[in-house]
Design a protein. Structure first.
Length: 235
């Protein structure tokens, strides 16, 4: 079984699909949690405190990190294998292939943008929340409690450059998911002639919901930051 997952192209794609499905579920959970910060900052902070540096949150973080590493590593391996297999033929492609999306042909490049966004996000939030708790500190570098996620969101997205960077990141994630979600179903054999257009539609819906959910938090908190006199009430 291990040889199948590491040596065959189908096995590698299966690992990509499983880790991708896991990451999509986490992203949906993370998006839902973030939307809570719009509805009730207090409730969002309660969630942050419940997670924090508790053992189950640390286990979840470790599993999530492993999923990201596996997904990206196998993406690199598959891309390199495809590159070598095409050989000189890659230079002969001069026409656009029908039914092949731009995202599907640029998944690795988009993946690097997504990964860069993840690293920035870890610096902006994880390093100032869970890591601070693990180090036994009571406040982060901005002077907030590590459980005060709402204030951290408010500060981060009061900076226009972070707003732009995060929206670009979410756009890259949208492109990545529009291809990735249906591709993982295709790998397990669900994308027949009947289900192919349905899965493409589902992938677009999931990607768009995720984009809008994350972007809403960024935009709402940025608009709030423009109304300091009323703490965002006029927005």
């Amino acid at each position: 079984m291990s040889c199948f997952l590491t040596n065959s192209s189908l096995g590698k794609k299966l690992v990509m699909s499983v880790t991708g499905a896991f990451l999509v579920l986490f992203i949906l959970f993370h998006m839902s949690m973030n939307i809570t910060a719009i509805i009730s900052p207090e409730a969002y902070n309660m969630i942050c405190e419940m997670l924090g540096a508790n053992w189950y949150a640390l286990v979840g973080t470790a599993v999530l990190a492993g999923g990201v590493v596996l997904h990206f590593a196998y993406a690199l391996i598959l891309t390199l294998n495809n590159y070598r297999a095409r050989g000189s033929q890659r230079y002969a492609v001069t026409v656009k292939e029908p039914g092949v999306s731009w995202a599907s042909k640029n998944m690795l490049a988009i993946g690097f943008v997504v990964l860069a966004g993840v690293l920035l996000h870890l610096c902006n939030f994880w390093a100032k929340m869970q890591l601070v708790e693990l180090m036994g500190e009571h406040t982060n570098s901005l002077g907030y409690s590590p459980a005060d996620g709402a204030s951290l969101i408010a500060w981060t997205f009061s900076q226009w450059y972070y707003v732009v960077i995060y929206l670009v990141w979410f756009a890259a994630l949208w492109f990545h998911l529009t291809h990735g979600v249906w591709s993982m179903f295709q790998t397990v054999g669900w994308a027949n002639d009947t289900w192919y257009p349905r899965l493409k539609c589902i992938a677009n819906i999931v990607a768009t919901l995720i984009f809008l959910g994350f972007a809403a938090v960024v935009v709402v908190y940025f608009l709030h930051s423009l109304c300091p006199c009323c703490n965002g009430a006029c927005c």
